[in-house]
Design a binder for this molecule. Sequence first.
Ligand code: NI
Ligand code: MN
Length: 228
Amino acid sequence: MQIRYFGHSAMLIELARATLLVDPFITGNRLAEPVVAPAELKPDVILLTHAHGDHWGDTETIAKASRALVISNDDIAQHIIRRYEYHNVRGMNTGGQATFEWGHLRLTYARHSSSFPDGTYGGNPNGFLLRADGNTLYMLGDTGLFSEMEWTGRDNEIDVAFLPIGDNYTMGPSDAILAAGMLRPRLSVPVHFNTFPEIEVDAEAWARDMAAAGFPARVLEPGETLVI
Ligand code: NI
Ligand code: MN
């Protein structure tokens, strides 16, 4: 499995049977714009954690060009049908699971908010637990720390957790270390940092603090690919 990180929370996951694009915020993302253009992205599936502009991003353009299946909470899915007249959507909701030909997905709780850039209600925010090709990935989405992560760590052997560390809008570095303690992933990768001035973080220092606490962490540069 290959995961190409574009900065912020945007990444492309290459599975054996499908290519998944997560939170495709490319246009206006100073980390992503130098390394990828929306037109290059031809996913089979787009996973949206919530409706905020820095996650919704280029979803409309990329979905309409690639005819990708958009998977999100059902409020977002219904809005996509009504507002964008795009019907290849799959609405789910917190705690729900579904099996697809390429893998198994569960929408997890995320302690955050979710409205579209124009203020339209975007349901509740989520994270994604993805099991595919023998690996389990946990994209936490935008979230603060919450104690049910303990259960997620107990019930799942997580290979890679994508932890927000930028603070201000989500967990910051120290809470992300506490999250790793509950989730116990084999590897932690930081996301949602350095995109905007208010979420600037020394990610390498965080990775060292993680290692000192016993949690392997790896910082991906925008454009870099992680192979697991
Ligand atoms: Ni958000
Ligand atoms: Mn965000």
